[in-house]
Design a protein around this ligand. Structure first.
Ligand code: GRF
Length: 192
């Protein structure tokens, strides 16, 4: 793969509250990383995460359209803003193979389970019901199959007897906020 020079322009897709986006912004500022978030796109106008982009003067937009139109418009914005890595952070939509193929950059995602276990939704409930000892989070490359690309970083935590899906989600979210920036450091160190 062709190596990149200078800072890596990162785009982020969100759909909701955007706490992972917030932590990525915070980390990249604090640590003066070689990656910078340059564009945030949401498929929901109401996504709270857009406010973090606004507050940090990062260009952002909401494209509330069905998948095909969303992908067409967003790829134009990604290219216009010279995005070199796309991060999905609570982006609640499956990207089409054609979108993924058109992207000339890597796409990564964070998922709240120990993949390959529990792809898709309700991961914490499923882990508790299966009486698993551990839950966790995984950052992985995105390919055309849901939550199935190569794993970049994974971290686990113990499931406590008293855990409900909500309490477990809260603790997993905390580790997500640590591993997503670390995964970006790792991925970007390979890109330059
Ligand atoms: C995270 O748990 C992430 O793993 C999943 O969606 C959640 C997003 O949370 N894909 P937030 O919007 O970043 O707060």
């Amino acid at each position: 793969m062709k190596k990149l020079t200078g800072n890596i322009n990162v785009g982020v897709f969100i759909s909701g509250r955007g706490t992972n986006l917030k932590e990525l912004i915070k980390y990249s500022k604090k640590n003066n990383t070689n990656w910078k978030i340059k564009l945030v796109i949401s498929n929901k106008k109401s996504a709270k995460g857009l406010l973090f982009a606004k507050k940090n003067k990062i260009p952002y937009l909401a494209i509330e359209k069905e998948r095909k139109a969303f992908e067409k418009k967003s790829i134009n914005y990604l290219n216009k803003n010279k995005i070199q890595l796309l991060c999905l952070a609570g982006f609640m939509r499956i990207l089409s193979k054609s979108f993924i193929d058109k992207c000339k950059f890597k796409i990564i995602n964070i998922h709240p389970s120990l993949l390959p276990k529990y792809k898709g939704l309700d991961t914490h409930k499923r882990a508790i019901e299966a009486k698993d000892k551990y839950a966790g989070s995984t950052v992985h490359y995105v390919n055309a199959k849901l939550d199935s690309g190569k794993i970049i970083i994974q971290r686990k935590i113990k499931i406590l007897k008293k855990d409900s899906p909500a309490t477990l989600a809260k603790r997993v979210l905390k580790i997500e906020h640590q591993i997503y920036p670390n995964a970006l450091d790792l991925v970007c160190s390979k890109l330059v």
